[in-house]
Design a protein around this ligand. Structure first.
Ligand SMILES: *Cc1c(COP(=O)(O)O)cnc(C)c1O
Length: 433
């Protein structure tokens, strides 16, 4: 057994002064039991905890670490930037550079505003959508997560799903009534909302590949249908690509599925592990935000020099590697195939959903997992047992059945191979439990 004594002590200490001992609920291990490992440092595909245990890491800070941890390019860029100044509250050329990179990678984004988190990006995009269309209502999908803004905490995924509080106290009834919920991969539920409320729906926001109820890909025609419905009713289509952006393809999910949304939100990868978000889209829409337009959005630290430098370093590195996304696809497919084989050999049935380097193994007898109903029917106790078996074997995956795990560019074939062996052995250990 790995000793996790120091982590346990650190958690006790943290819990005295930090609610729940963590600064974001999914870190708490609530969904898998036990107490979280406290991290000391990380390098490439590895994280090391304060007891000195090293893990092959498939959490990757929940998405940002596409190059792996402490990549030379990012560390150097941040150090260099810090020496020049950590914040000015005045424009810098680097902000333009990052915006240029984003618009180059994602052609539907003509102009883009930088903010400090994915949550801020989606909140700002929603305000803009409402202001632009002069309508109030929002359509979101059950089990989707768009950060912790009030309007999005209705039937939400991620930590909200994990902790069983999809409708958070503190969200007013008025806010809740402005949010309409449809079922992911079910266009009929979207049509019926539009038939009833179409004239007052400002936007549909969707994770084009759902990652926050575990990975659930869009079925054929789903995203196309959303595009058609929103166009017909004059509502905006917002792709929340905070997780999928720059991860599953160069141009994100919209490139992979050939759909052009009106607006897109980003985060995670574009910050290289520093706090960044962004929202962008059609110039005509973005012109409505201040200072050019009347819709207000601002930020003291927006476009922060360190975060911007990290983001530029990540995107430039990706650009400099030929076939970056093909390589990511190969690595991720290898891991996925290995998990499927391990499931077969250990006689523990799984549905392994994967899009690019986003993966979730679902513990289920079902043939496929296509929506939130399928997801919550999975055996989360078995997932929890499996998670701890893996942790003991030095592999760190998402501590919840309702989350994605991530492969990074830094994961070598050898490490992926070793992980598959550990998956097999962990699956055998939970068989029959
Ligand atoms: C992580 C995530 C967010 C929230 O981003 P934060 O930086 O955690 O605020 C929003 N949308 C999606 C799809 C995400 O995966």
């Amino acid at each position: 057994m790995n000793s996790m004594e120091k982590s346990a002590q650190a958690f006790t200490r943290a819990a005295r002064v930090i609610p729940g001992g963590v600064n974001s609920p999914v870190r708490s291990f609530k969904n898998v039991g036990g107490t979280p490992v406290f991290i000391h440092s990380a390098k490439g595909p590895y994280v090391t905890d304060i007891d000195g245990n090293r893990y092959i890491d498939y959490v990757g800070s929940w998405g940002p670490m596409i190059l792996g941890h402490t990549s030379e390019a990012v560390v150097e860029a941040v150090q260099k930037a810090a020496r020049r100044g950590t914040s000015f509250g005045a424009p810098t050329e680097d902000e333009t550079e990052l915006a240029e990179l984003i618009t180059r990678f994602v052609p539907s984004v003509e102009t883009v505003r930088l903010v400090n988190s994915g949550t801020e990006a989606t909140m700002s995009a929603l305000r803009l959508a409402r202001g632009y269309t002069q309508r109030d209502l929002l359509v979101k999908f059950q089990g989707s997560y768009h950060g912790h803004g009030d309007s999005f905490l209705i039937a939400a995924g991620s930590g909200a799903a994990t902790l069983g509080v999809p409708d958070s106290p503190g969200v007013t009834k008025a806010t809740a009534s402005d949010t309409l919920v449809a079922m992911y991969n079910d266009l009929d539920t979207v049509w019926s909302l539009f038939k009833k409320h179409g004239g007052n729906i400002a936007a549909v926001i969707v994770e084009p590949v759902s990652g926050n109820m575990g990975v659930v890909p869009p079925e054929k025609g789903f995203l196309e249908g959303l595009r058609a419905i929103t166009e017909q009713y004059g509502a905006l289509l917002i792709f929340d690509e905070v997780m999928t952006g720059f991860r599953i393809a160069r141009g994100g999910a919209q490139q992979l599925y050939h759909i052009k949304p009106d607006m897109t939100t980003f985060g995670k990868v574009i910050g290289g592990g520093l706090p960044v978000g962004a929202y962008g889209g059609k110039r005509e829409i973005l012109e409505k935000i201040s200072p050019n337009g009347p819709i207000y959005q601002a930020g003291t630290l927006s476009g922060n020099p360190l975060a911007t430098a990290a983001g530029i370093a990540v995107l430039r590195t990706i650009e400099s590697i030929e076939n970056f996304y093909e390589i990511m696809e190969e690595k991720s497919a290898r891991l996925c195939d290995g998990i499927n084989a391990a499931s077969y050999e250990s006689e523990v049935p799984l549905v392994v959903n994967r899009v690019g380097s986003m993966i979730t193994p679902f513990f289920t007898d079902a043939q496929r997992i296509k929506d939130y109903g399928d997801v919550i029917a999975c055996d989360k106790e078995k997932y929890a047992a499996f998670f701890h078996q893996l942790l003991q074997r030095g592999v760190y995956i998402a501590p919840s059945q309702f989350e994605a795990s991530f492969v990074s560019y830094a994961h070598t074939d050898e490490q992926i191979h070793r992980s598959i062996d550990q998956f097999r052995s962990a699956l055998k250990a939970v068989r029959g439990k």
